[in-house]
Design a binder for this molecule. Structure first.
Ligand SMILES: CC(C)(COP(=O)(O)OP(=O)(O)OC[C@H]1O[C@@H](n2cnc3c(N)ncnc32)[C@H](O)[C@@H]1OP(=O)(O)O)[C@@H](O)C(=O)NCCC(=O)NCCS
Length: 161
């Protein structure tokens, strides 16, 4: 969580704060949302990837509004449980999500934002062929350590405005 906004939620708050909005978004925009990542041999929970349609507005990608089903730009996100880090799983899962976005969802561009200091996340994007589009310096109410190095914005495909 050190590179992410917000705190880890207590389990009893997850249903209200995370699960319900997540399921509602998935129902409204089938094919997008959070996708569970499971280990192939035993189905163990490994993490998730997310795909959100976005509308570029010239400002920081972090603030782009949610788009409609079929939007040309889709934002990628991912998290892997700590025990499974360093095994290539984020790259494998995010790569499958990118493929899904570019084929099934019909996107022409996939974007992703990470803290510039998040070396692992940047490497995942670079291995998937994303290009660094720029680094933005944002103001945060509760900044994470390393915030002063900015947010790295990555693009794969046709570059949005
Ligand atoms: C970032 C994260 C998704 C990487 O997951 P992962 O499954 O360990 O990544 P992979 O094993 O696919 O590694 C991909 C590349 O990143 C490198 N990498 C992974 N963690 C790294 C780290 N902490 N520092 C530097 N490089 C790292 C790997 O060595 C690999 O590069 P290589 O093939 O050149 O050796 C995982 O650490 C995570 O979930 N972190 C917490 C949540 C988060 O930061 N999500 C992204 C928010 S933008």
């Amino acid at each position: 969580m050190r590179h992410l906004q917000g705190d880890a939620l207590a389990p009893e708050r997850v249903e209200e704060k995370v699960l319900v909005p997540m399921l509602m978004a998935a129902a409204e925009q089938p094919g997008y949302g959070r996708i569970c990542v499971e280990r192939r041999d035993d189905g163990a929970f490994i993490g998730w990837v997310s795909l959100v349609p976005r509308v570029p507005d010239g400002g920081p990608m972090y603030g782009w509004v949610r788009g409609a089903v079929g939007a040309p730009v889709v934002e990628l996100g991912y998290r892997v449980v700590h025990e499974a880090w360093g095994m290539g799983l984020a790259t494998e899962a995010a790569g499958a999500a990118v493929e899904h976005a570019l084929t099934t969802l019909g996107a022409s561009t996939v974007v992703a934002t990470t803290m510039a200091v998040n070396a692992g996340s940047r490497r995942v994007l670079e291995r998937l062929g994303f290009t660094l589009a720029g680094v933005r310096f944002l103001q945060w109410d509760e900044p994470n350590p390393g915030w002063e190095q900015g947010e790295a914005e990555y693009v794969l495909g046709v570059r949005p405005v």
